[in-house]
Design a protein around this ligand. Sequence first.
Ligand code: HAM
Length: 448
Amino acid sequence: MSQPLFRTPKGTHDVLPEDHQYMTYIKKAVRHRARQAGYKRIDTPMFENKAIFERGIGEHTDIVEKELFLVTSKQKEDEEAKFALRPEFTAGICRSFIEHGMQQLPQPVELYAIGQCFRHDRPQKGRYRQFHQFNMEVIGLKDPSIDAQLILVLAKIFGDIKILDRLELNINNIGTAENRAAYTEALKDFFIGKERNLPELDQARLQTNPLRLLDSKEEDTQILLKNAPAMDQFLDDESKEYHKTVLEYLDELDIKYVENPTLVRGLDYYTQTVFEFLDNETGSQNAVGGGGRYDGLIELFGGQPTPGIGFAGGLERIVWHMKQAGIKVPHKDQVDVFVAQLGPEAKKTCLKLISELRDKGVHTLGALGEASLKSQMRLADKFDARYTLLLGKMEVKGGTIILKDMAAGKQKEIPFEEAIPKVIELLGGKDKLDTYTMRDQFVDVDED
Ligand code: HAM
């Protein structure tokens, strides 16, 4: 193999056809469950005014402080970048909610999105600079049953793709913005005089975002935290009651969860309910998804006070879990028929035959080059075709065609006009073919 001149940039990867089979399967489950629950699809731009992320996610979060990809153009090279690639969907969707007056729609507004996000993080297993999220938001109404129902939809999706039992749902309530401010002060007070015992990274966090100390991976920090005030002492009664009711509803819906009082999540917009689906073996390092309430975000963006809750799952991490679990996804990429031909007449006839087979919903490949019949048959084998139709000069003259069952290694000559009905019969009849009507296409739109 020749050495490539170029490779994918660090932290990015090609989604090759084999991975697409997984991606398509996951997206299908997401679309299906989302539609059942009344969610509508939205796409926001891949880049937005960077202030949206700074304000929404928070200036002192890792995502904004270290991981934003800034976007400039040739003309504005020397100016400070105004735009950034989206590191997540929630901020952009809330911007869109306000921009399009969605508060006029019947509430709550349920939206879902699937697409690429960008974070300039240090790449490692399960952590990329470009990755895919599926994202769901419920905006405009607040009730513990909404939180529970969102979590139920997610549990259904993870169940559909058969990884639910590999995951552990962790849930917490981090209170109102006021509760959090009071708790943050208490944490800061607690660490007065102890700063020097903290690792460097956490010393910085203590200054900028003390809550992040709670889910710090540093052992020294965790030891110190054992005696620190706990967040639930700072929750107001309403938040406590809200949390209790969410848990009751989860029980009612038979959803297993673990209460995790140190779960804070790394984005500033959260209030009250926060949750994550973690790998039940390795824990927090590789959450397949997380979410929570953000009741102040829309107001922060200049909208009327509007509550919201949402979730995002990482597709690459989900695919990894599916592969680990040995799940083989059904896909539609198989080759049903390979058409081989020899001679100019046969080639012309086969062009039409291939087109007709495809229109009928038969996955058809054809060797339309000048290779020998033998090498075309080898190709049919390599493509793993189930049947081969073979048209040589003799068959053209005799009005016949050779049909070969590749697995059985048997072949027979049949009248040419029987080729298509015979293939359809062998594939299990019309119902088994890959046909679509425009109506299906409209309902099950985007595969991307
Ligand atoms: P997040 O926890 O930052 O939340 O990301 C959600 C999921 O995206 C993660 O659990 C992970 O599976 C995946 N993910 C994040 N960063 C990477 C990365 N660098 N490489 C691969 N996968 C990654 C949010 O993004 C919130 N917007 C969720 C939300 C929606 N909250 C309310 N609404």
